[in-house]
Design a protein around this ligand. Structure first.
Ligand SMILES: Cc1cc2nc3c(=O)[nH]c(=O)nc-3n(C[C@H](O)[C@H](O)[C@H](O)COP(=O)(O)O)c2cc1C
Length: 228
């Protein structure tokens, strides 16, 4: 067995990169200061189920948004592109208890598709309307688990065949405390075993080196019975 020669950095939330999203929400009476549409930046967000589509966000009880989401059981996950990056950071360092963050950032609140109380951010390329189904008290954060009830997207993200092209959205991610745009496309789901034709069609260039060709050929010949 090889000798373990890694440095030990202790136990922490080191899983990186993660998405960083702008979660919008509102109270039941948005005309009141404390219940107006608000935006909170969330890095502890994730997809947790496919059918039905479900997501989670983890929020500290001390956040103004926590009370709004708890009260209405609704929130919207707005995906963040390069032009929203600074507003995204701002909404993560100022509280909606003290100011109208939509106004401070020059953003527009629009009624969220499929929800009664929450608002979406018009300038976001994609907005995901969510209804809370469970709240888990984990320690520092409560995790809101929610079902996705609607997704809206900017029309420029669709190609002629109606396919959603998220690569056009210029989304950002969050890596160990810093924001980044996405880099070079390395592949696609299943590209390690894709045929030459599919590879070329999806990547726009020919495969240079086919590391797994022999496994594909063995499989096609019935020698390797493994299924994925
Ligand atoms: C990049 C970034 C990620 C953050 N992620 C979370 C998170 O996952 N959960 C959370 O409770 N707060 C998170 N915060 C902090 C809140 O966004 C911040 O406290 C915000 O001011 C709360 O706004 P509110 O009081 O209007 O709800 C994050 C902040 C930043 C800048």
């Amino acid at each position: 067995m090889a000798k373990h020669d890694k440095i030990i950095i202790g136990n922490s939330t080191i899983l990186n990169p993660v998405p960083v999203v702008m979660v919008s929400c509102a109270g039941k009476d948005p005309s009141k200061d404390g219940e107006r549409p608000n935006i909170v930046t969330i890095a502890w967000a994730g997809t947790v189920n496919s059918e039905p589509p479900m997501v989670s966000i983890s929020v500290r009880k001390s956040r103004h948004s926590y009370n709004l989401i708890k009260e209405t059981g609704e929130f919207v996950i707005n995906l963040v592109n390069k032009s929203l990056a600074k507003s995204c950071d701002y909404c993560g360092v100022r509280s909606g208890a003290d100011e109208d963050k939509f106004k401070s950032c020059g953003l527009t609140s629009v009624k969220a598709e499929g929800l009664e109380f929450a608002y979406a951010i018009k300038e976001a390329p994609v907005s995901v309307s969510c209804k809370v189904t469970q709240v888990l008290e984990l320690g520092s954060h409560d995790m809101f688990i929610a079902e996705v009830v609607a997704v809206t997207a900017d029309s420029y993200l669709k190609d002629e065949e109606g396919k959603l092209c998220l690569d056009k959205a210029k989304l950002i991610s969050y890596n160990h405390g810093e924001y980044f745009t996405l880099g070079e496309k390395l592949g696609f789901f299943g590209y390690s075993v894709a045929s030459d034709d599919v590879f070329e069609k999806r990547m726009g260039y020919k495969k240079e080196r086919d590391k797994y060709k022999h496994i594909r050929e063995e499989k096609a010949a019935g020698k390797n019975g493994k299924k994925y």
